[in-house]
Design a protein. Structure first.
Length: 260
């Protein structure tokens, strides 16, 4: 049976944002990356076992960048308010790329309403030996090709004409959050020890945006964190290896719930 995805709005302290959701069960809150909000094949699979909630970050899509959003710390605090406003508890928090970094920024501040933390190829902690791709300088073709190990998938993405207004708005929002230093919070590595819920990393071995070698700092910094490395996979894990990633995340979340 196809998953029925509902699209609506949530309001948090006067700010409205687009929210997609589907499925039933424990809550899995998914935070998207720099490309903006999209319901991926991975979320389709996860929605078979969880109530998946996928908001569009403030300032992305067709929304205006709020004046208070000056960095990732502000967005992390907003999502703590979002979780409280929606009365969510026992949340499996997951994020990809920029959203993975955001997930970590949330978890170092407050895990009281979280049950687990999933970081999918997270930005936020740089590795000087494996620098991030500079997403601000890439052409649209370079950006698409960097997302995938399988270049046939890149060709499919390039064949779809993007909405340039949304593309530019997303870039402006990402620049507000991650312009300098690029995609990094130099203090984050010092604080990730505060993530005190079961945590896992999911990473494509052929990632050209946030290279696989960047996982080392997270492994050494978070107590008990596990790593699921996916071969023949680039940055867009949620599209390129949707079923494998979803199966791994679902099992991890179920194991985390069983421990509580």
């Amino acid at each position: 049976m196809a998953v029925q995805v509902e699209t609506g709005e949530a309001e948090v302290f006067g700010l409205k944002l687009k929210v997609q959701q589907a499925g039933q069960g424990e809550t899995l809150l998914f935070l998207h990356g720099a490309g903006g909000s999209n319901w991926s094949p991975m979320l389709d699979v996860l929605a078979e076992k969880f109530h998946v909630i996928a908001p569009e970050h403030p300032g992305f899509g067709r929304s205006q960048i709020p004046p208070w959003m000056m960095g990732m710390g502000d967005l992390a605090l907003f999502y703590l308010d979002f979780i409280e406003a929606l009365k969510l508890d026992g949340v499996h928090l997951a994020g990809h790329s920029l959203g993975g970094w955001l997930t970590a920024e949330i978890a170092i501040r407050n895990t009281s309403r979280l049950k687990s933390v999933t970081l999918m190829a997270p930005a936020g902690i740089a590795n000087p030996d494996a620098p991030f791709g500079d997403i601000f300088l890439w052409t649209p073709e370079e950006a698409a090709r960097a997302q995938f190990h399988d270049q046939a998938l890149a060709e499919k993405r390039l064949a779809v004409k993007p909405d340039l207004d949304i593309v530019l708005q997303n870039k402006a929002a990402v620049a507000r959050l991650a312009w300098s230093p690029r995609l990094e919070n130099p203090q984050l590595q010092h604080w990730i020890h505060r993530i005190n819920r079961p945590a896992t990393l999911v990473w494509g071995k052929q990632d050209k945006v946030i290279p696989f070698a960047c996982h080392q700092a997270w492994l050494s910094g978070i107590s008990g964190v596990t790593l699921h490395a996916i071969d023949a996979c680039g940055h867009a894990i949620h599209n390129e290896k949707a079923k494998e990633a979803a199966a791994n995340i679902a099992q991890f979340c179920q194991n985390a719930s069983a421990k509580i």
